[in-house]
Design a protein around this ligand. Sequence first.
Ligand SMILES: *[C@@H]1O[C@H](CO)[C@@H](O)[C@H](O)[C@H]1NC(C)=O
Ligand SMILES: *[C@@H]1O[C@H](CO)[C@@H](O)[C@H](O)[C@H]1NC(C)=O
Ligand SMILES: *[C@@H]1O[C@H](CO)[C@@H](O)[C@H](O)[C@H]1NC(C)=O
Ligand SMILES: *[C@@H]1O[C@H](CO)[C@@H](O)[C@H](O)[C@H]1NC(C)=O
Ligand SMILES: *[C@@H]1O[C@H](CO)[C@@H](O)[C@H](O)[C@H]1NC(C)=O
Length: 356
Amino acid sequence: MAAAAASLLLLQCVVTMLAGAATADAQYSAQTFADLQNAARADVGVAPLAWDDTLAGYAQRYVGERKGDCKLVHSDGPYGESIFWGNKGGNWTASDAVAVWVQEKQYYNCSDGSCAAGKICSHYTQIVWANTTRVGCAAVACDGNLGTFILCEYDPRGNVPGVRPYAGCGQFNRSAQSSPQDFLNLQNAARAGVGVGMLSWDSTVAAYAEGYAEKRKGDCRKVSSGGPYGENIFQGGTGISWTVSDALFSWLGEKQKYDCASNACKEGQACGEYTQLVWANSTRVGCASVTCEGGGTFITCNYDPPGNIAGERPYLGCGGQVGGTPPPTSGMILLISRRKILLTISLIVSTCAQTK
Ligand SMILES: *[C@@H]1O[C@H](CO)[C@@H](O)[C@H](O)[C@H]1NC(C)=O
Ligand SMILES: *[C@@H]1O[C@H](CO)[C@@H](O)[C@H](O)[C@H]1NC(C)=O
Ligand SMILES: *[C@@H]1O[C@H](CO)[C@@H](O)[C@H](O)[C@H]1NC(C)=O
Ligand SMILES: *[C@@H]1O[C@H](CO)[C@@H](O)[C@H](O)[C@H]1NC(C)=O
Ligand SMILES: *[C@@H]1O[C@H](CO)[C@@H](O)[C@H](O)[C@H]1NC(C)=O
């Protein structure tokens, strides 16, 4: 209990350092970490993880060890482990780490349990690992403006070689996962992380989104409606049951492609869905999801007033910048599971070395 209280205290210190006294006090809470990961689990019909104080205490002690160097080094403990590092200036929060991990879902083939060539899926497969029942996470702003270090511990550990994360290919009750609240929760968590006010659900905008989703039901194509609203579209292929959180995680995952200092996407990369999602002036949202006739899923959100106005910034400031120095151009790095493949480790470490 004392350990739990101490870790909560530390978490709040982190929040204070990163986000001031603003709206972000829930950004590293147990609830936020657990809810986001449990949304991904619910999407494939896997029971939720329970927050565990022992794991959280372990995570908290280990981020303490990494505070000085922010290095992507595993703790080599008894648990499954995912690590996230974001460079200075990003105001990185629980939703950033979880979004980056969960977006690996697009590379995971649940038919044969494989991961697309050159991609990592193991953060995602740990999150949805059915046998894992407990999770504990922690975050720290590293010394010397080295960035933010976030990690989650999982017990029992997943990514056991030769074993699938969950049975079947994620059959679940889709209608249970596309309520307005499902659409709002993650988007508002991401907005709070950059100090932007919440979106509210708007039935007029939602009716527009539903009308357009119906129109795309036949071909499922990712084509803009050309309407009066801002618009984010997600198209999921056949064979997987895609949900609201898949769409939201894929848009949020673009954060690493957005360079706040220059207010532009990194060269050759798209980040407009992220900037629309966190656009401060957009205050109302309405979304819809439809299963297409040929299989596949079309998910759309419309925003009012529309964002992505040329020459304007989504939100003020670039968070965490100290002394006016722009953040480095690199994004973030991650990895997982100490029952890892050495290749993965060296890849990450070298990427890390390049970016510092
Ligand atoms: C997934 O795996 C199955 C079985 O090996 C294969 O037939 C299918 O083409 C794969 N899908 C993708 C998108 O690679
Ligand atoms: C889950 O745990 C049980 C018993 O500990 C084991 O038999 C089974 O293979 C595990 N399954 C997965 C998917 O890890
Ligand atoms: C699916 O979820 C919805 C909303 O929670 C519920 O009304 C419906 O009965 C569920 N359907 C099935 C088949 O479980
Ligand atoms: C926000 O809205 C105000 C008033 O409509 C407008 O003047 C301003 O340019 C907008 N800013 C952005 C960043 O969209
Ligand atoms: C990010 O964190 C800094 C430092 O606490 C804060 O000043 C800023 O308002 C936060 N949000 C954004 C969007 O930069």
